[in-house]
Design a protein around this ligand. Structure first.
Ligand code: PBG
Length: 348
């Protein structure tokens, strides 16, 4: 420490104080953009991003979702163009959600060989074979009541009856060439059931990205508009996780890995960054964070009002997910973020 030095008091200060001059100055490493770039501890790369798509029946359909400006429900024929644009930016993977033409109590369309997701998978694999196609696997978009599976008489989702449905859906996607299925239903034992069904039908190479840690969240609101999957009554609290719980997240993630999950997901992302960190430490498979529709809608709404700088806020969120420990990030901002990443100076 250098000798104490007296510092002239600022005008508004009455007393003259004696304070030490610092020799250790972390600010030195923040001085220039290049310096900050050199010492950055975490980076977002385009290879981290997964872009979601909502697929609907019909031809030349591109219908913007009111609560998610810039995000569309689109028909299968319009998908390859968008997916190729995403791939050209370096985005490695897409996540598909389907909205079937008909819904019923038992989600019959989930394993329709000619269903929207099935056709979308085949169309993308044909147009852009290298793109990793991940299909969300849940009954809520397919049931007339909007719940994630077969209902018991009391209106609660029947766990074991739903497993068979999910397994059928997974095999049906696998037949169309899907690379990964992503069960998002939160039934107990579904990863084991899906793994078994895939293996038994000769689809050993289809991976499972499990939504292992999915909270019952109000942040899914805009998605339910997009996927037309809001429950007609009740909610999803009997199977999705309760916000105060963190230890339980570890239990869910470990169980899914034991059952055969190749990757696990935490969802939502922003209000659950501590969970991303904990799950990252607890398991040795890649961990994805899903920045959900409500996170997108919040940023968009504020940006459209001129209250937030969208690009800077999004970049800060994305690096925050990486810092928390995410290996992959599902985000509706994937393509806009990828465009900015492409403009950054090359890094070694
Ligand atoms: C269920 C599913 C949901 C989301 C992804 N998969 C909705 C839900 O559980 O109600 C939410 C994604 C988002 O909000 O962006 N198929």
């Amino acid at each position: 420490m250098k000798p104490l030095k007296s510092v002239a008091p600022a005008k508004h200060l009455r007393e003259k104080l004696v304070v030490p001059t610092p020799t250790i100055r972390p600010r030195r490493l923040r001085r220039t953009q290049t310096m900050r770039r050199m010492v950055a501890e975490h980076r977002v790369g385009v290879e981290d991003l997964i872009e979601p798509f909502f697929v609907v029946p019909g031809q030349r359909v591109r219908h913007e979702i009111a609560s998610m400006p810039g995000i569309f429900q689109q028909s299968v024929d319009t998908l390859p163009e968008d997916v190729k644009a995403a791939a050209a930016l370096g985005i490695p993977a897409v996540l598909l959600f389907g909205i079937p033409p008909r819904k019923d109590e038992i989600a019959s369309e989930l394993d329709d060989p000619d269903g929207v997701v099935q056709r979308a998978i085949a169309a993308i694999k044909k147009a852009a074979p290298d793109v990793i196609v991940i299909a969300d696997l849940c009954a809520c978009e397919y049931t007339s009541h909007g719940h994630c599976g077969i209902l018991q008489e009391d209106g609660i989702v029947d766990n074991d009856a739903t497993l068979e449905l999910l397994a059928r859906g997974a095999v049906s996607y696998a037949r169309c060439g899907v690379d990964m299925v992503a069960p998002s239903d939160m039934m107990d034992g579904r990863v084991a059931a899906i793994r078994h069904a895939l293996d038994a039908s000769g689809h050993q190479d289809v991976a499972i990205l499990s939504y292992a840690v999915k909270y019952a969240s109000a942040f899914y609101g805009p998605f339910r508009d997009a996927a037309e999957s809001a429950p007609a009554f009740g909610d999803r609290r009997s199977h999705q996780m309760d916000a105060p719980n963190a230890r339980e997240a570890i239990r869910e993630a470990r169980l899914d890995v034991q059952e055969g999950a190749d990757m696990v997901m935490v969802k939502p992302a922003l209000p659950y960054l501590d969970i991303v960190t904990r799950v990252r430490k607890a398991v040795d498979v890649p961990v994805a964070a899903y920045s959900v529709s409500g996170e997108y809608a919040m940023v968009k709404a504020a940006a459209l009002n001129g209250w937030l700088d969208e690009d800077r806020v999004v970049d800060e969120m994305l690096v925050g997910f990486k810092r928390a420990g995410a290996d992959a990030i599902v985000t509706y901002f994937a393509r806009s973020a990828a465009k900015r990443l492409a403009k950054q100076p090359a890094r070694g």
